[in-house]
Ligand binder design. Structure first.
Ligand SMILES: NC(=O)c1ccc[n+]([C@@H]2O[C@H](COP(=O)([O-])OP(=O)(O)OC[C@H]3O[C@@H](n4cnc5c(N)ncnc54)[C@H](OP(=O)(O)O)[C@@H]3O)[C@@H](O)[C@H]2O)c1
Length: 332
């Protein structure tokens, strides 16, 4: 399978590293990846005979295959001879770019797509799926929600016989870290946020995390991907966690509850709001962990807990998607 990587930042590099580590496994599952292009914002590495990933990781732009030039992916993707593109550029939920153009170009030119980039899916899920269907291509996006947690895979494969009724989860590790800290150490929201920033869990501008916009984006992808709705972020009732006080978390604790920032969607309701969760609930996960629970009609409740971020963890979801597409393409 000829692959092009678009976006060689933290996640892109982790994908390349794990690909190198898992060469023996790939042989066993009949997966022969050949990375023919890696695009960055300001240039690209291209070799139709296959790039040496080890050299790219160690030498970077001093590798001989590096070609300087802006917006290379946008210009080159359509004509590139490859089977699949992995889109891992920065998330932008204002206009979805540059990822949206990359994904559209790739699908329209007959390539399968795997992405970790929420922006294009939050803004244009139905449109992208329509192009994929029309072109008979696959667009998989496991890494966009819950980092390493394979929720779409489980819903699509293992729970196929079920009707999925609702989805509940904690979808943002930063806000979960802050609420956990406030509960465990009785510190103020601002003190917990500062610590999250010091530890690198929160951005300098943490608005998307603490106001629930990041979680709402992921909920939209879950709703559209699993419940087959056509929701957009405007449909989500969103309330952030900035008004939570240590007194609230303490009172909740006294009654056996935790204050958690919960995303919930069923066919009538979609919201991300602070809610009280029994301390014994499977949703009561601490720190930066994410949790996603699917309510189904046959299997009942299935709850997945895992790392919602981290380049290496996220690469597990991306490579899972790539291997899935490889399997389907080999069968056909
Ligand atoms: N990090 C995680 O744990 C995690 C988890 C789940 C999902 N994700 C998602 O995965 C994606 C990548 O995350 P990341 O942490 O790897 O971010 P990152 O380190 O910022 O990497 C993004 C890369 O994309 C490059 N880029 C920007 N515009 C481009 C363009 N037009 N063409 C080609 N490359 C371009 C950036 O180059 P410059 O540096 O020059 O801008 C950067 O190297 C994001 O959408 C993120 O939301 C990340």
């Amino acid at each position: 399978m000829k692959i092009a990587i678009v976006g060689f930042g933290n996640v892109g590099r982790a994908v390349a590293e794990v690909m190198l580590e898992r060469r023996e496994l790939f042989q066993k599952v009949d997966f022969e990846p050949k990375v023919v292009a890696v695009f960055e914002r300001d240039g690209s590495w291209i070799d139709e005979n296959g790039l040496k990933l080890q050299e790219l990781l160690s030498k970077g732009t001093s590798s001989p295959s590096w070609v300087e030039g802006a917006a290379m992916a946008e210009e080159r993707l359509a004509d590139l001879d490859c089977d699949l593109i992995v889109e891992m550029t920065v998330t932008n939920i204002e206009d979805g770019e540059p990822g949206l153009t990359h994904i559209v170009e790739a699908l329209n030119s007959g390539k399968d797509v795997v992405t970790s980039n929420k922006g294009p899916l939050v803004l244009a899920f139905p449109e992208l799926m329509e192009i994929a269907e029309k072109k008979n291509r696959m667009l998989l996006y496991e890494a966009t929600v819950g980092g390493a947690i394979p929720v779409f895979h489980v819903a699509r494969e293992a729970l196929l016989v079920n009707r999925i009724i609702s989805i509940t989860g904690i979808l943002n590790g930063t806000s979960n870290y802050i609420l956990t800290k406030m509960t465990d150490e009785k510190v103020s929201f601002n003190a917990a946020l500062r610590e999250a920033q010091e530890k690198g869990y929160a951005e300098a501008d943490p608005t998307y995390d603490i106001e629930g916009i990041d979680a709402a984006s992921k909920l939209v992808i879950l709703a559209n991907g699993i419940l087959k709705t056509s929701k957009s972020i405007k449909d989500v009732r969103i309330e952030g966690i900035t008004r939570i006080t240590p007194e609230m978390t303490e009172l909740a604790m006294e009654d056996g509850y935790l204050v958690k920032h919960i995303g919930y969607v069923d066919r009538n309701r979609i919201e991300v709001i602070p809610r009280l969760i029994p301390r014994s609930s499977p949703l009561a996960v601490g720190g930066t962990l994410n949790v996603i629970s699917l309510k189904t009609d046959v299997a009942q409740d299935i709850t997945l807990i895992g790392r919602g971020a981290g380049p290496r963890e996220t690469s597990s979801a991306i490579l899972g998607d790539i291997l899935h597409i490889n399997k389907i393409r080999k069968e056909n």
